[in-house]
Ligand binder design. Sequence first.
Ligand code: PEP
Ligand code: MN
Length: 345
Amino acid sequence: MMIIMHPGAPREQIDAVIAEIEKQKLTSHPIFGVEQTIIGAVGDGHYVAKEIFEAFPGVMEVQRISKPYKLASRQFHEQDSVFQLDGFSIGGTEIPIIAGPCSVESRAQILEIAQAVKEGGANALRGGVFKPRTSPYAFQGLGEEGLEYMVEAREKTGLPLVVEVMAVSQIEMMTKYVDVFQLGARNMQNFNLLRAIGETRTPVLFKRGMSATIEEMLMASEYIISGGNTRVMLCERGIRTFETATRNTTDINAVPVLKKLTHLPVIIDPSHSTGDSAFVSAVAKAGVAAGADGIIVEVHQDPAHAISDGKQSLTPEAFAKMVKQVKAVAEAVDRRLVVSQHATA
Ligand code: PEP
Ligand code: MN
């Protein structure tokens, strides 16, 4: 339910409505606008009569949110959400690029590739240290040691860090190192993990499960947002279909569909979507043309010898070329790439 207060309603009236929401065993999520306050009342509220709230002084209107997800929906928050991250914003006109290797493999590897992606136009550095590998015998990541190397890369380049968190037990330790948590496709419906991430205030890059519908994705993101961690960016990373020519099938439709249904920023991952470096640039451009607010892409200095996801990793040169082309597409749709405060001239 959304309780829309009259413009200029005093704080006491807002507090009285919030107290009633809590009394009804719902959770309140006020949005304090410059003139008007809107209070979300979420939880299992279908049996709570909206007339209860309509009777409160200062209440202008009460609306039910028809979607099964509430705080993520455009009904709850009509304007695009814009998040300020270190050195860039996402969700507005600017399109940030997050780039780096699939896995942090060694100190030398991550320091070198961090510098290369920065020079190629990246605004943030990605790199996994806990890897969700299909085989338990495949490289599982460097763990905390890898995070120390990532931090060194951040100190040298100024790029903020995007790193996947795989388990509740990793959250506290990782919070000290990372700027953005990546929630991986395989964990999209790991509800305990989602709730625990919702307790933090670290922004989240939230990946679509490879077999999840858009509605399931939005409901899962709601687990994080309803915990009070509102800076969630949704990522289309390809879904499983009958097609075997590529690793996954990019659901390019998901980009405009998500933009219609939610106010949250939408990111495209052309690397996992295609699984093949030959197609990454094409899908990155398609994503931006379709309205994506950002890109996350895998780049490696020696893709043939990468420990994970080498086949889909761009070389630094191919990455720089992709960025130039994405820039032109962004401008064609009235967007622009981030003029990075970290960029080298
Ligand atoms: C990754 O980003 O390296 C990754 C494992 O992504 P996904 O969860 O989308 O497969
Ligand atoms: Mn990967």
